[in-house]
Design a protein around this ligand. Structure first.
Ligand code: V47
Ligand code: SF4
Length: 385
């Protein structure tokens, strides 16, 4: 933060003294405590939080705002779990699907052109085991050797690994040998055990989610982390969640991005819970950026938050807008998110970013800058068959 802005904060009588102290700490490179994190949520105004989060963002990512050309495949919505916030699984959705391996490979062969990453996630199918999922990755990699496969949330991994009788390390090692490149952040919901048991009691425990990501990082598999916010949790629960992630990142350094996911209330067992305001969304991004001082990136997942708010979030600490996605995910359209049809062209993404006075950077899955290099990605052309 510019010294002048800091002085303005120091002089501003509307900003409580404890927040001024937090601003001094953050701009001095210090780490805030859980109490300070809760105070930011309780007392921080939009202007103050935006300024402070922006300071952290600039230090980490300068003027860059990242995006990736990606594509999602959701193999099934048939699920052994019954999370109460979920509108996607066959328990609540009017549709039920289960793609065969050949259908998935067909999608990869015919639809995935000009992208560098494939994101695979879905429900926890009762019958599919780790050999199935390993074969799937291996076949995808045979089809498209240059495609990075980011696959299976810790919830799917937990089930398939337990079903196989392997340890977490053995299971992840096996999937890595099949070509798994990284792990998406799904399933973290909220770590606090009492809220977790109310909203998704059957799901992978917080402890196991953390163990899976920690083991992955130790095996050289990077991952993301998510948090579902805006339901039954308190600010203290959100900060507890961020604290557990910050500690894990201190141990491994394996997380790329943190992705706050706003709870949407259409078509699920928690429809009576109102959705939180836009102010709350921006506060969530800003506090996450300030608290997670060891996470390189903060992502706004635009199909979940809507493209307009995703653009605004760039002023609240966000440096990553996920990707073009190509209409290939149903998780949020089924839960009532604003963007019912998630398609974004590269030029729309670039326009969104430049209008916000950021430099658009097309990235690969490891945040390497692909600007100007995209022609070198072999995926751009589909080979003749
Ligand atoms: O874990 C499900 C969330 C997640 C609802 O790693 C809901 O790059 C809001 O994790 N309202 C899966 N959220 C998606 C996910 C993800 C998405 C994009 C990028 C990445 C990444 C990861 O979706 C679930 C859950 O938290 N979710 N239902 C709902 N009604
Ligand atoms: Fe299944 Fe995931 Fe929905 Fe939970 S959130 S019911 S694990 S698909």
């Amino acid at each position: 933060m510019e010294e002048e802005q800091l002085l303005n904060i120091a002089r501003n009588t509307a900003i409580p003294g404890d927040l001024k102290e937090i601003a001094r700490k953050v701009t001095g490179g210090g780490r805030i405590s859980q109490e300070e994190g809760i105070a930011l949520f309780n007392h921080g105004g939009m202007g103050f939080l935006g300024l402070l989060a922006d300071h952290v963002r600039v230090k980490k990512n300068a003027d860059k705002a990242y995006y990736i050309r990606n594509f999602h495949i959701e193999p099934t919505n048939i699920c052994v779990n019954k999370c109460r916030f979920c509108s996607y699984s066959h328990h609540f959705s009017a549709t039920k699907w289960e793609l065969t391996m050949d259908e998935i490979i067909g999608k990869v062969r015919n639809e995935v052109a000009g992208v560098s990453e494939l994101h695979i996630t879905g429900a926890v199918h009762p019958d599919r085991d780790i050999r199935y999922y390993g074969d799937l990755i291996a076949r995808i990699r045979d089809e498209r050797p240059a495609l990075h496969v980011k696959a299976y949330s810790a919830v799917e991994l937990d089930y398939m690994i337990r079903k196989s009788g392997m340890t977490i390390g053995e299971g992840l090692g096996y999937l890595k040998s099949c070509g798994l490149g990284s792990i998406p952040g799904g399933g973290a919901e909220i770590f606090d055990e009492s809220v977790r048991s109310e909203i998704c009691g059957m799901k992978t425990s917080s402890e196991t989610w953390i163990e899976i990501h920690e083991t992955a990082h130790k095996l050289g598999i990077p991952s993301n982390a998510t948090m579902l916010y805006g339901h039954l949790e308190t600010y203290a629960h959100r900060i507890d969640h961020l604290e557990r992630l910050r500690q894990l990142q201190d141990r491994t350094g394996g997380f790329n991005a943190f992705i706050p996911l706003k709870f949407h209330n259409d078509n699920n067992a928690m429809s009576a819970v109102p959705e939180v305001s836009v102010v709350e969304d921006m506060k969530m991004y800003a506090v996450a950026r300030i608290y997670l001082d060891n996470f390189p990136h903060l992502k706004a997942y635009w199909p979940a938050v809507g493209r307009k708010l995703a653009q605004v979030s760039l002023s609240f600490g966000v440096d990553d807008l996920d990707g073009t996605i190509n209409d290939s995910t149903r998780i949020y359209s089924l839960a009532g998110a604003r963007d019912q049809n998630p398609v974004m062209t590269v030029s729309e993404m670039v326009a969104m970013i430049t209008e916000s006075k950021r430099r658009p950077v097309e990235r690969d899955s490891f945040y390497n800058d692909l600007n100007g290099l995209i022609e070198e990605i072999p995926l751009l052309t589909i080979p003749e068959r």
